[in-house]
Write a protein that binds this ligand. Structure first.
Ligand code: GLN
Length: 484
């Protein structure tokens, strides 16, 4: 099953001349032909371009210098990352036929590393949601059970990796949108520290929280991809200038003596018993490997969700003001004057959840309410960050479930936005504090994957990956694939 190989395995095979780039790409495209009908992970495919690039890689004369590090590796991008000449929809009617004139920095970097884009993946409209059901274009189904959601908002990316329709994918994570779908689809997903990866060319949702990161089949691939996407970018003023690191070099360092914090607030009400058991089991495994685990308190956790929905909606209401039917994107027909055109374009172009966020955010920012909502949420943000700082004075990392539940049924939470929002209770505090975190598979409950979240200190991705790798290598979960 070539389409289930990891990037590091494929790279080794390519370098040994056991396989060509074209064969790698063709195997993934063949898989897409076989199962995409059942999963619906992609909005746009770029199969022809992909094969062409693969052939170009193969025809590089031997002795013509070394191949780039990830030569020929098939990848997918969430459809909120700009790709020159390939449409980028954010799964929204308002950007339905938008073709960007430039590439996101992450795409340029991966292209340069030799990766081959096979397609753009489905998502919740403008990344607002936890199930990919808010996509304005189509649903995506979970490869482990097609009656269930893949999580969201990077549900297409997670489902594509889990079902062998891409070797890895990029997602974006504002409140959990990489880690939660990774958990629900049984793959690895990482949100790097805020500022670690350039957001240039990522369509903005909530700019102080958004971060791009990898979804992969194992931890080593996650480290490999991170190597190539991180680093300073003068086009993103929030990207941080740190010396380049090789995140793969320290993977095998183990967890002996690592001080691991287990926050009591992340194991309380609302968590499914099966999820709690798997995560508790994972903590025991870490202890067995030599980690020292102890219970801690993050007392402001309970306010994270409310603060997040004020801050993220406020930023979204401002970011989404640009979709006015004038410069690009959809424009309604049959309007009487400019105001009527704005109203009709935005009413028709945005879906229900996006409108809900715009209204929430506009309200929270309006004069008279600003102090009561936005300013207060920012103060809560500071308290949540301080909770983490305090725990990290005496601990190296924090463990928790990624999501309180396994993948839920399609339609189950659609009528109740609050239930949907609760899907991210354990991931949102991490974005609020700007920290790095990773979700790794830690077993199954009712036949569905469960994710373990590891949270690190700012810019401590290397330590996080090292711990995640030690855990993963002592389990078999990353070698299990769904029967699609
Ligand atoms: N589910 C959360 C939301 O709807 C997080 C989304 C995200 O991380 N993009 O806002």
């Amino acid at each position: 099953m070539l389409h289930y190989k990891t990037a590091h395995e494929l790279t080794a095979m390519l370098n040994n001349r056991e396989i060509s780039a074209e064969e790698m790409v063709a195997s993934v495209i063949g898989r897409i032909d076989d199962v995409e009908d059942k999963i619906g992970a992609y909005i746009t495919l770029s199969a022809d371009r992909a094969l062409e690039k693969a052939r170009r890689i193969d025809s590089t004369p031997s002795g013509g210098g070394e191949l780039p590090a990830l030569a020929g590796i098939p990848m997918a991008l969430k459809d909120n990352m700009c790709t020159e000449n390939i449409r980028t929809t954010c799964a929204s009617k308002i950007l339905h036929s938008f073709v960007p004139p430039y590439n996101a920095t992450v795409y340029n970097r991966l292209e340069r590393a030799g990766c081959v884009l096979v397609g753009k993946t489905n998502m919740d409209e403008f990344a607002m949601g936890s199930s990919t059901e808010n996509s304005g274009l189509k649903p995506t189904f979970n490869p482990w059970d097609t009656q269930r959601v893949p999580g969201g908002s990077s549900g297409g990316s997670a489902a594509a990796v889990a079902s062998g329709m891409s070797v890895f994918a990029l997602g974006s994570d504002t409140g959990g949108s990489i880690r939660q779908p990774a958990a629900l689809c049984g793959v690895v997903g990482m949100k790097p520290t805020y500022g670690r990866v350039s957001r240039y060319g990522l369509v903005a949702f909530a700019s102080s929280l958004d971060q791009i990161g990898p979804l992969t089949r194992d931890v080593e691939d996650c480290a490999l991809v991170l190597n190539h996407i991180c680093g300073y970018d003068r086009y993103d003023s929030t990207s941080v200038d740190k010396p380049a690191e090789d995140f793969t070099s320290g993977l095998r360092g183990g967890v002996r003596g690592l001080r691991v914090a287990v926050p009591s607030q992340y194991f309380g009400q609302g968590i499914e018993p099966g999820v709690r058991e798997r995560v508790t089991g994972a903590i025991e495994t870490l202890e067995g490997l030599g980690a020292v685990c102890s219970e801690v308190s993050l007392p402001h956790t309970e306010h994270a969700l409310s603060a997040y929905y004020i801050i993220s909606s406020a930023e979204a209401s401002s970011n989404l003001a640009r979709y006015d039917g004038i410069r690009y994107g959809y424009r309604a027909e049959g309007y009487s004057d400019l105001m009527d055109m704005f109203v009709k374009t935005r009413s028709q172009g945005f879906g229900a959840e996006v409108k809900r966020r715009i209204m929430l955010g506009t309200y929270a920012l309006s004069s008279g309410y600003y102090d009561a909502y936005y300013k207060k949420a920012q103060k809560v943000r500071t308290l949540i960050k301080a909770d983490f700082d305090r725990v990290f004075e005496e601990h190296d990392l924090i463990v928790s479930p990624t999501s309180p539940t396994v993948a839920f049924k399609v339609g189950e939470k659609l009528q109740d936005p609050l239930q949907m929002y609760l899907s991210d209770v354990f991931t949102i505090p991490v974005n609020i504090a700007g920290l790095p975190a990773i979700s790794v598979p830690c077993g199954f409950s009712e036949g569905l994957p469960v994710g373990l979240q590891l949270i690190g200190k700012p810019f401590a991705e290397a330590a996080l990956l090292q711990a995640a790798f030690a855990y993963e290598q002592s389990t078999e979960f990353h070698k299990m694939y769904p029967q699609v």
